[in-house]
Design a protein around this ligand. Structure first.
Ligand code: FE2
Ligand code: FE2
Length: 193
């Protein structure tokens, strides 16, 4: 599917559900992931597709996410029941598969772990994860941006580690098992042990 066609489908889907802000965020993450991905990936287009779709589940508010996930047959951790916001990454993956016919497992993986990362991350997972943190969905500059960009000059892994380490030191609400596993793996891979 060509990128402009996907973009218009994402727009239609999100605007119909009154999520225009999410549309703007998804497009900016997709474009940034594509640019960043050019340095690391054989197929940076996959980063753009994952970015465009990563928050497509914004159509469901937090208080519906447990029920929606159960209906979709998604397994939930207790940490996700505690903080249903985190479930949106898994629901986005389901919507990408069911409504947008995305079947490529590497794209689906990047959508599914864009908030928490996971232990066996790929470069594509890292690119989308980092793009989402740089082009965040809130006002102004992210408080971690300066350190994150310096770390990104070293590597994708260093940037991902910097961000997770920042979260862990700034009152993270719930420690998702995938985030914890990614942190341990990054630490090991970077030789910080
Ligand atoms: Fe997200
Ligand atoms: Fe996002």
């Amino acid at each position: 599917m060509d990128q402009n066609h996907l973009k218009s489908l994402v727009k239609k889907f999100l605007v119909e559900h009154n999520c225009l802000k999410t549309y703007d965020h998804c497009i900016s993450v997709g474009e940034y992931a594509y640019e960043l991905g050019k340095n690391y990936l054989d197929e940076p287009d996959k980063a753009r597709i994952a970015g465009y779709l990563h928050d497509i589940s914004a159509i469901y508010p937090d208080d519906q996410r447990i029920a929606v996930a159960k209906k979709m047959g998604i397994d939930l951790y207790k940490e996700e029941i505690e903080l249903p916001m985190i479930i949106h990454q898994k629901i986005s993956k389901e919507i990408a598969f069911n409504e947008f016919n995305v079947t490529d497992p590497v794209i689906l993986s990047a959508i599914e772990c864009h908030t928490t990362l996971k232990e066996d991350y790929s470069d594509l997972d890292l690119v989308v994860f980092i793009a989402d943190k740089i082009k965040w969905d809130q006002q102004g500059e992210p408080p971690y941006i300066e350190g994150l960009m310096i770390a990104l000059d070293h590597s994708l892994e260093a940037a991902a580690f910097y961000y997770i380490d920042y979260l862990l030191n700034h009152g993270i609400q719930v420690l998702h098992p995938w985030l914890n596993e990614a942190y341990v793996k990054l630490k090991y891979d970077l030789g910080y042990n």
